[in-house]
Write a new protein. Structure first.
Length: 177
């Protein structure tokens, strides 16, 4: 095996990315403190042609040097919008028939491996604060709450790691339907 050089990867340029058909997934980041986590979400969203990111609450917005450090230019390709109050985003998305899916550990959560997607449905995946998680009012407004199964001693994953896992999972499920 030989490592591929950059030119052999056949990646889209920014103009091609903007024109490409997007994956029907929207990411909502609420009160994310770490600029590196925000940048990681942008980069992951670019990789899977995610439709849009909503940045809410204290979540910082581009342009910012620390976001750029991990986003590596994805803030220029992935569409994003800022809302102070996440509940306004949820109301807007619900009015557009987007399914609201929070990622959190709650009573009655659905394990990610059991989460089924439907063709023709757009999903908003909500990720909350690194310490406090998704707000209860957001959980209450969700169509479903999904949890990543974990078997070790720790109770959570880094939010951008969780984002990568969940985005990949939903992306590949949507490819199969």
């Amino acid at each position: 095996m030989r490592k591929l050089i950059l030119e052999e990867l056949n990646r889209k340029n920014p103009a091609e990315f903007k024109q490409a058909k997007k994956t029907p997934i929207i990411i909502v980041l609420d009160d994310i403190r770490s600029l590196h986590n925000i940048g990681s979400f942008f980069r992951t969203c670019d990789a899977f042609l995610i439709e849009k990111i909503y940045l809410c609450g204290i979540t910082a917005t581009p342009p910012h040097k620390e976001i750029h450090k991990t986003a590596l230019g994805a803030t220029e390709t992935v569409e994003w919008e800022y809302y102070k109050d996440i509940m306004n985003v949820i109301a807007r998305l619900k009015s557009e028939n987007v399914k609201i899916i929070s990622l959190e550990q709650v009573e009655g959560s659905l394990m990610l491996n059991d989460f089924e997607v439907n063709t023709g449905t757009k999903y908003a995946l909500i990720f909350g604060n690194e310490v406090k998680g998704v707000q209860q009012q957001v959980v209450d407004s969700s169509d479903a709450v999904v949890e990543i199964p974990q078997l070790g001693t720790k109770h959570s994953l880094n939010v951008s790691v969780s984002g990568g896992i969940v985005i990949w999972d939903v992306f590949q499920k949507l490819q199969k339907v």
